[in-house]
Write a protein that binds this ligand. Structure first.
Ligand code: SF4
Ligand code: SF4
Length: 315
């Protein structure tokens, strides 16, 4: 496993960042034992960088797997807070949930456009204060927007950019893949640590997973590439591809045949929360019921967390 310096944060992170959304209740819903065991296996195989978020509900897995490991493993978490107090609360929640005095990296989660980023500056202020107080190590922004990524590149107070970038440009909210890459390169030049998400488009590029991941690993502006992993076969396959080796267990991967399931039990109430939350426009309300459009879906799981009636899940 190769390790790269994550910009001015100073953290040396593995080329693969283990995206934990996939193991948690919004996705594979592994048992606590199974999820923690997978994380421990990843650490044993050289991965030292884990991405989580308040919304993913995966703190318990990380806490169980990493308790006592301390600073050898770097954790990035995120908040959807829109004001100072919410962000401060979310940092404290992460410290308790992860059983860590200091969270290595904390990001404003999925800033969808410049207006949203500006509106959320009070939340960013809370993150900066927490860094000043030694409660978090580095402050960042995660985004699917090339305009936001470009804005981040000139924000001297930002240490980390977590940007959506993949070979096909799938999921970029605005602009082109070239725009997003230019923003990432500009951030990198300012010594901002840059790591990438959705290298295989949340599953949309699974038919070319190996080439899509190799493309991401070849981007020199990315210090690390976050990959959602949910079992042993995916873990060892991703590591083998990252290291340029044959992946003997790749045939066992079944992740990306996933479907989103709407209207389970209880049935959809037609409230529209998932429609508003979906960054891809992949859900429509038709006759008061949700309709999912698989071809647009990034499998980010945001709609699952947004549904107050627990109608949505992966299967
Ligand atoms: S449908 Fe749900 S999982 Fe798919 S892109 Fe929209 S919010 Fe994400
Ligand atoms: S959030 Fe849930 S209840 Fe509301 S429209 Fe979506 S699936 Fe239906």
């Amino acid at each position: 496993m190769q390790y790269y310096k994550l910009g001015k944060s100073g953290y040396n992170v593995s080329r693969i960042c283990f995206g934990t959304l996939t193991i948690g209740p919004l996705c594979a819903n592994l048992s606590l034992e199974a999820g923690a065991s997978l994380i421990k296996e990843a650490v044993d195989l050289g991965i030292n960088f884990f991405d989580t978020a308040q919304q993913y509900r995966t703190y318990p897995y990380l806490r169980k797997a990493l308790f006592g490991i301390g600073e050898d493993v770097i954790i990035a978490s995120k908040t959807l807070a829109t004001n100072y107090d919410e962000a401060a609360y979310d940092i404290e929640e992460a410290r308790i949930g992860l059983a860590r005095d200091k969270i290595d990296i904390f990001l404003l989660h999925e800033q969808r456009n410049i207006q949203e980023l500006h509106a959320n500056l009070p939340a960013l202020e809370a993150l900066l204060d927490a860094k000043q107080n030694g409660v978090i190590g580095a402050v960042g922004i995660s985004t699917h927007s090339s305009a936001v990524a470009a804005a981040v590149a000139v924000m001297s107070e930002i240490d980390i950019l977590f940007a959506l970038v993949n070979i096909a440009g799938i999921g970029i909210n605005d602009g082109s893949l070239e725009d997003m890459e230019a923003a990432c390169i500009a951030a990198k030049k300012q010594n901002i640590g840059v790591y990438g998400m959705k290298a295989i488009g949340g599953g949309a590029l699974m038919h070319q997973a190996k080439s899509a991941l190799n493309w991401a690993y070849s981007r020199l502006y990315l210090d690390s590439v976050a990959v959602g992993i949910k079992d042993h076969a995916e873990l060892v396959t991703n590591i083998a591809w990252c290291e340029g080796r044959e992946a003997t267990e790749s045939s066992k991967i079944e992740l990306y045949n996933r479907q989103m399931v709407f209207d389970k039990d209880p049935v959809c109430h037609g409230c529209g929360s998932c429609v508003a939350r979906c960054p891809q426009g992949a859900i429509k309300l038709i006759n008061g019921m949700c309709q999912w459009q698989k071809q647009k879906c990034l499998y980010c799981g945001y709609c699952i967390a947004a549904c107050p009636w627990f109608c949505i899940s992966f299967c």
